[in-house]
Design a protein around this ligand. Structure first.
Ligand code: SF4
Length: 582
């Protein structure tokens, strides 16, 4: 492995993937060998392996089954199905069976919210549309130790899930036309064209794409360096799966958009950072790359590698993603310098989202005017949305920016809607008066996730689920996020358990205000967005869970002392807090 990767330290995450594939986990001697081969200390290698959810420092069994655990998956019954599978296999969730056969657990959203409940099998494949019957069959196959290769192949089918295609999803296959058009225009004119189109990044922040590229071009470069183009395919925001549809249906357009960027920036290196949950797309993407390379469609000086993520939501942040590309823990960098100035291995690096590159290719072919004719003045063009939750037609919808949210809800078959989480858990929790507002940067900005909750859903539970997600995904680098996300979960747990009071609500408000202003990266800053909106738009969801007028503890101290009573053999009045005479 080391030889194949040229003993390069920046290949460490990929080396860990390949080393783990040999035995299903990463024994210490294997890590020590990698460390020695890369000239790193074992602590550094273990630190990297320990950072990512899908690297295992303990055996996880021949069959490792991880249920997708987004809030919408829970609503679709994933927790009950996981409990059923554990019962059938005599397993405790999250623990490997003593015979090393299997382990059942949970993972953050797998990007299959339109085809759930779903699970990830051995981090290689996904099984969609689970129900009780399929879980029973899975249990039988595991017990009989049937190799995964012999499991029914149709279980592993993932559909693109497109309900309404638009110009991007319907685009004819791109075979070099976008790059040829860019060359014909010349780099300066191509950048002006991008500016005239009004394209803003589709990853959420909405930064003008041309401005990012111009900043990269302006960054100084030494003779040994190159500019680098990175496609962020780490679609980790729960409830988002529209990039999956693009990668399945329009991989040529995405790669060609990267080629346009390489042409304009003079970049020689490119990466697609593919989230680990989309491992099932890897071979297909590699085949497309190989075909384009053979046909000379990547360009004479530009090539693209695919880098597989390993389960860390924070790597969706561009500087954390670059750290991961360099074989490190995915900790967001201190900025400035920004990646466009000093990115991958210190070189000026442009990171754009999958959808942004597809749009770049479309604009290069069809021109800025055609793109700018769609959408609104601040939000030009077409936008993909992943719709899931309480709708009869979940899937991917492509609409011009400026479409009212209500129109999308109608088209997706939403009824009796209580709330919509727009833009994933880091976005906005919206109430019915917001539904007439328009999707776009000037009104309802969104990276493209829309989760619908009808009136049967407990919104405190929804927000508690999102809070658990952020606490789990916090990289731990800065205290306000590491501790704050955990404190929010504990406080919401207390409300959930019926021990709430106005004191807890005030504590939550303080935490929410604190985290917005003090965290190192956007994950911590946006982790309490759903809580903020719950407090503002649905105050009754909290009030109804705060039955006490004054502070009460979050746990029953007398009950906690039960084990001490059992150990000492005492059960008299003085061994019970609530019976001690005052
Ligand atoms: Fe890590 Fe959270 Fe701090 Fe971001 S805000 S650096 S995710 S601890």
């Amino acid at each position: 492995l080391l030889l194949r990767h040229g003993h390069r330290r920046d290949r460490l995450v990929q080396l860990l993937h390949e080393a783990q594939a040999l035995q299903g986990w990463l024994p210490r001697p294997a890590l020590a060998e990698l460390a020695a081969g890369l000239g790193l200390s074992p602590a550094v290698v273990e630190g990297v392996a320990g950072f990512y959810r899908y690297f295992h420092l303990q055996p996880v069994g021949r069959y490792h089954l991880l249920f997708s655990d987004n809030v919408t998956d829970r609503h679709a019954g994933s927790r009950a199905l996981a409990a059923d599978l554990c019962r059938r296999l005599w397993l405790e969730p999250g623990r490997t069976s003593e015979d090393g056969l299997a382990r059942v657990g949970f993972t953050s959203c797998t990007g299959l919210g339109d085809q759930g409940p779903a699970l990830l099998l051995n981090q290689q494949q996904v099984i969609t549309r689970l129900d009780g019957g399929r879980v029973a069959e899975i249990a039988e196959l595991v017990r009989a130790q049937v190799p995964v290769a012999d499991w029914p192949t149709d279980w592993f089918t993932v559909e693109p899930g497109v309900r309404r295609p638009g110009v991007l999803l319907n685009a004819p296959a791109s075979q070099g036309e976008a790059i040829a058009a860019t060359r014909a225009r010349g780099n300066a004119a191509a950048l002006d064209e991008l500016q005239a189109s009004g394209l803003r990044g589709r990853g959420g922040a909405g930064y003008p794409t041309h401005a990012k590229w111009r900043a990269c071009l302006a960054a100084p470069l030494t003779a040994e360096q190159t500019r680098v183009v990175v496609c962020n395919a780490d679609e980790g925001e729960p409830g988002t799966f529209k990039d999956r549809a693009l990668l399945m249906l329009q991989p040529d357009a995405v790669i060609e958009g990267m080629g346009v960027a390489a042409e304009v920036l003079g970049a020689r290196r490119g990466f697609i950072y593919l989230r680990a949950e989309y491992r099932f797309l890897l071979e297909g993407l590699q085949a497309v790359l190989a075909e384009r390379r053979a046909a000379g469609l990547l360009g004479p000086h530009f090539d693209i590698e695919i880098h597989l993520g390993a389960g860390a939501y924070v790597c969706g942040e561009e500087s954390a993603l670059i750290e991961s590309l360099e074989g490190k823990r995915g900790t967001p960098r201190i900025r400035p310098p920004f990646p466009v100035e000093r990115g991958y291995l210190g070189q000026p690096t442009v990171v754009n989202n999958v959808e942004t590159f597809a749009a770049v290719a479309w604009i290069a072919r069809h021109g800025a005017a055609a793109w700018a004719a769609m959408g609104t003045p601040e939000s030009r063009g077409s936008k993909l949305h992943s719709v899931s939750g309480d709708v009869s037609r979940p899937g991917v919808y492509e609409l011009p920016f400026g479409t009212p949210l209500a129109e999308l809800l109608r088209e997706a078959g939403a009824h009796d809607v209580q709330a919509v989480q727009l833009g994933g858990p880091s976005g906005l929790l919206l109430a019915p008066p917001d539904f007439e507002r328009r999707l776009g940067f000037e009104d309802l900005p969104t990276a493209g996730a829309l989760m619908v909750f009808n009136r049967s859903r407990d919104l405190l539970e929804v927000v508690r689920g999102f809070a658990q997600f952020f606490a789990h995904e916090s990289c731990g680098f800065c205290t306000p996020c590491r501790v704050g996300t955990e404190l929010v979960v504990r406080r919401l747990d207390k409300l959930h358990a019926g021990h709430g009071s106005p004191f807890d609500e005030a504590e939550l408000r303080d935490l929410e205000a604190l985290m917005h202003g003090t965290t190192h990266c956007g994950l911590g800053a946006s982790a309490t967005n759903p809580l903020r909106d719950l407090l503002q738009r649905f105050p009754e969801a909290l009030c109804s869970r705060s039955p006490h007028a004054h502070f009460v503890p979050g746990f029953d101290l007398d009950a906690e002392l039960a084990s001490a009573r059992a150990a000492t053999g005492r059960d008299d009045t003085h061994a019970h807090l609530d019976q001690v005479p005052r």
